[in-house]
Design a protein around this ligand. Structure first.
Ligand code: PLP
Length: 501
């Protein structure tokens, strides 16, 4: 319990934040108690243990415990320690005098799927810096061109661009995206099939709400993007993790015997391991989906950044039966905070998806969509992608060189032919979380590869390292800091194993 609590707190405490450690720790413990994460009666770690685990002064922990005591969140028992108090609200008398106290308390707690969503959450409290995966270099965004187009549109805004969006989004942007997809991804699509969303997260949410019922089975890749799991679980779907091999998602006979409602995959660049789905595997998947009437969601999150290898056409472009829902996003090509993505849906679903989008989310942002349409039409998107591809290729080489300088070929580098991150295998370690925690204390973000697996015993150990948002000159020094951590954790691991033996 102590270790779990310490890990949870460590992931959230930010020693660089302006908010003092005392306030942060108080707020986090308060939140843990109110949300039920720390149940009534649970014993808190001693101030000495918690201080040491969090690398903060023991006095800070004592001060926080005292404040929690004053405010009624904890109780002390002399000589025995500090315990979480029962903070459930007083019962409101609704004529159910005999109703158990717990039932009242439960109304204030999360739903089962809400709890699972929060428990499995993978979002990092820091979203910028070496080696944050999946984040592009937003400082390179062509601001001048964007501002010029934006001023033009804002100088004389049309009222219809300032109201809610009609289903599907701004028509000229849908046309520009359909043209782009046909050329860049060999997709088969017309502007009516394009639905503009706030990103892949929303696109997946919309697709599962419209196509799946609670309890439906969904195949996800093993490992896969953590964000998908949250969306699917919170929609009450049953996830079947399907292992990937060198050719992408690889269902075995047992899986094939139980067709899912939906298959979600990353054919252009498996996330996070980086392989490209082979043509044979693509054809197998399409044929299987056709025979069993399954939908396939193609998450094409970063196919624009490919180094030395030619992109395969999209899976959607091979689909002759209208079963693929193609998703893309501007989070990697422009900047994630823009929150614009789009889907290309099979023609018979197009109007339904546009309507569903407007109905569920009451979309807007048409002014931004108008700017984006002009940005694409005037060629800025393509030239920005071309320029960034060169920059990312350089950063990728610098990171690989830094890995080789420190470790030679001892640590495998995977998935480095495309995208904004690579995977550094740590086959000699058992705990990639330990590396990430210590690295975070030294200002380096690395995500543990094992966290992307749904089945713990299948998990490979390693690190996801994003190079997209790291300036060239910082890559070597930042990797050296990380390499020190890897070596320290490796040594500590060896000692622990020896002492256990
Ligand atoms: C595989 C994958 N899909 C989807 C997303 C999220 O896309 P968006 O920002 O468009 O919601 C990410 C973000 O890193 C990702 O890695």
């Amino acid at each position: 319990m102590d270790a779990i609590l310490s890990d949870w707190l460590l992931e959230r405490l930010d020693t660089d934040a302006p908010e003092p450690a005392y306030r942060q720790l108080f707020r986090l413990l308060q939140q843990a108690i109110l949300s039920g994460r720390l149940a009534a009666g649970a014993k808190l770690p001693s101030s000495r243990t918690l201080g040491a685990d969090l690398a903060i002064a023991r006095n800070t922990v004592i001060q926080v415990y005292e404040q929690l005591l004053v405010e009624g969140y904890v109780e002390t028992q002399s000589g025995s320690g500090t315990y979480v108090a029962d903070t459930s609200p007083d019962r409101v008398d609704e004529g159910s005098a005999g109703a158990p106290r717990r039932a009242v308390r439960d109304r204030h707690r999360l739903s089962a799927r809400g709890k699972r969503t929060i428990e499995l959450s993978g979002v990092s409290k820091q979203q910028w810096g070496a080696f944050m995966p999946g984040v592009p270099d937003v400082t390179e965004f062509p601001l001048k061109a964007w501002t010029r187009l934006q001023s033009r549109i804002w100088r004389n805004p049309k009222p219809e661009l300032m109201t809610y969006a009609p289903g599907g989004g701004y028509r000229p942007l849908r046309r520009a995206l359909a043209d782009h997809l046909r050329v860049a991804r060999s997709a088969n699509c017309q502007p009516e099939q394009i639905v503009i969303t706030t990103g892949i997260h929303q696109s997946v949410d919309l697709a599962v709400r419209l196509l799946c019922d609670v309890g439906d089975q969904v195949w996800i890749e093993e490992p896969c993007y953590w964000g998908l799991r949250g969306i699917l679980l919170s929609s009450g779907l049953k996830l079947t993790p399907i292992p990937v091999d060198g050719e992408g998602i690889n269902p075995d006979a047992k899986h094939l015997a139980r067709p899912p409602r939906l298959i979600i995959c990353t054919p252009s660049h498996q996330y996070p391991l980086g392989m490209v789905m082979s043509l044979a595997r693509r054809r197998m998947l399409l044929e299987y989906a056709r025979q069993h009437n399954c939908w396939i969601i193609e998450d094409d999150y970063d196919s624009e950044f490919r180094f030395g290898i030619r992109p395969l056409a999209s899976l959607q472009g091979l689909d002759t039966n209208g079963q693929v829902i193609y998703l893309s996003s501007f989070s990697k090509t422009l900047f994630p905070g823009m929150r614009v993505g789009y889907m290309a849906v099979p023609a018979p679903l197009a109007d339904l998806f546009s309507l569903g989008l407007a109905e569920l989310y009451r979309e807007g942002q048409l002014m931004q969509q108008a700017v984006l349409a002009e940005f694409i039409d005037e060629g800025y998107l393509n030239s920005h992608i071309r320029r960034m591809r060169g920059l990312y290729a350089e950063r990728r080489s610098l990171l690989i060189a830094a890995v080789q300088r420190r470790f030679g070929d001892a640590l495998p580098v995977m998935g480095d032919e495309a995208g904004l991150h690579l995977v550094l295998g740590l086959p000699h370690l058992r705990d990639d979380w330990a590396v990430c925690r210590t690295a975070m204390e030294r200002g380096i973000i690395a995500r543990p590869l094992s966290a992307y697996y749904s089945v713990a015993k299948a998990a490979q150990v390693g690190l996801l390292l994003g190079y997209g948002c790291v300036p060239n000159e910082k890559i070597g020094p930042a990797f050296d800091t990380l390499a020190d951590v890897i070596e320290e954790v490796s040594k500590a691991g060896r000692k622990t194993r020896r002492s256990v033996a």
